[in-house]
Design a protein around this ligand. Structure first.
Ligand SMILES: Nc1ncnc2c1ncn2[C@@H]1O[C@H](COP(=O)(O)OP(=O)(O)OP(=O)(O)O)[C@@H](O)[C@H]1O
Ligand SMILES: [Mg+2]
Length: 257
């Protein structure tokens, strides 16, 4: 049975696209048929994060408008046979697709994929709500600060009002040094405050930006953020994996999480 997950956040820029791309690659490496769907219409970027930008010809709006068949819009990862991408349109906006359009696309994807990970637009407006209506579950991404958490709270209340299961939480960009010195909430504190189950956390890691700059998947790098995503993917698939405390890493020029 396929699972449809919306990757969402209240505040923008907290790492939804990064988590979607890395989780999709991690699941595909475990031989799960996975599709990453870029639902951030008008602000396409999953193709770049997955290093597939040169292969994009059609997009989800072309599929909805019947300008091409779904199979021609799906981009196959050159290295991971179990990973595909359904790109967002660049020249449209979220309001160009209705909830029913999304429901039809997702219904067709369910026939071919075990995991459908949808990178939703930030915020709580109609674009996100259209995705919410056809997702089975939500993976909520936030950073550990009051601003992102307040926006996350708003999103959680909207999800609960919609009779959907409580979201699972990923706290991104954790800095162990700041958690220790009391300037940043721990992932557990964030989960407690938001009253949602913690699936995992990802440390702040310069490799994330390096991978993006090279248009490569983070999952090809060797770094703490990749290890954290691997653990999250295992939990996501139902494996029991312990959650290590954020580590302060000593570096030549100071500390990082
Ligand atoms: N764990 C991390 N460590 C370091 N940098 C990170 C981490 N996670 C995300 N970033 C950086 O944060 C930026 C925003 O990430 P991303 O584009 O995934 O956010 P987003 O939530 O999808 O944004 P938007 O709401 O605009 O779609 C990127 O430039 C990425 O390099
Ligand atoms: Mg994004």
């Amino acid at each position: 049975m396929s699972q449809v997950w919306m990757i969402a956040s209240g505040k923008g820029g907290v790492g939804k696209s990064f988590i979607t791309s890395a989780m999709a690659a991690a699941l595909a490496k475990r031989q799960m048929q996975t599709v990453a769907v870029d639902a951030d219409i008008g602000l396409r970027n999953l193709d770049l994060m997955l290093g597939m930008e040169s292969k994009v010809i059609y997009d989800v709006v072309d599929v909805v408008q019947k300008d091409c068949k779904l199979r021609y819009a799906l981009v196959q990862d050159p290295q991971l046979p179990f990973l595909s991408l359904l790109p967002a349109a660049q020249m449209h906006c979220a309001s160009d697709l209705t909830a029913e359009d999304w429901a039809q696309v997702i219904r067709r994807l369910r026939k071919h994929f075990s995991y459908i990970l949808i990178d939703a637009p930030a915020g709580v407006d109609q674009g996100m709500q259209n995705i919410l209506s056809c997702a089975d579950q939500t993976l909520l991404v936030t950073t550990a600060d009051d601003i992102a958490m307040r926006d996350a709270e708003r999103l959680i209340s909207l999800i609960r009002k919609g009779d959907k299961p409580s979201p699972m939480l990923v706290v991104n960009r954790i800095r162990a040094d700041m958690v220790r010195s009391g300037y940043m909430y721990s992932p557990q504190t964030v989960a407690l405050n938001l009253d949602v189950p913690l699936l995992g956390y990802v440390p702040e890691d310069p490799e994330v930006l390096r991978a993006f700059s090279r248009h490569q998947s983070l999952m090809d790098a060797r770094c703490p953020a990749r290890d954290a995503v691997e653990r999250i993917a295992k939990r996501f698939m139902g494996e029991y994996v312990t959650m290590p405390q954020p580590k302060v890493r000593r570096q030549l020029f100071g500390f990082s999480g």
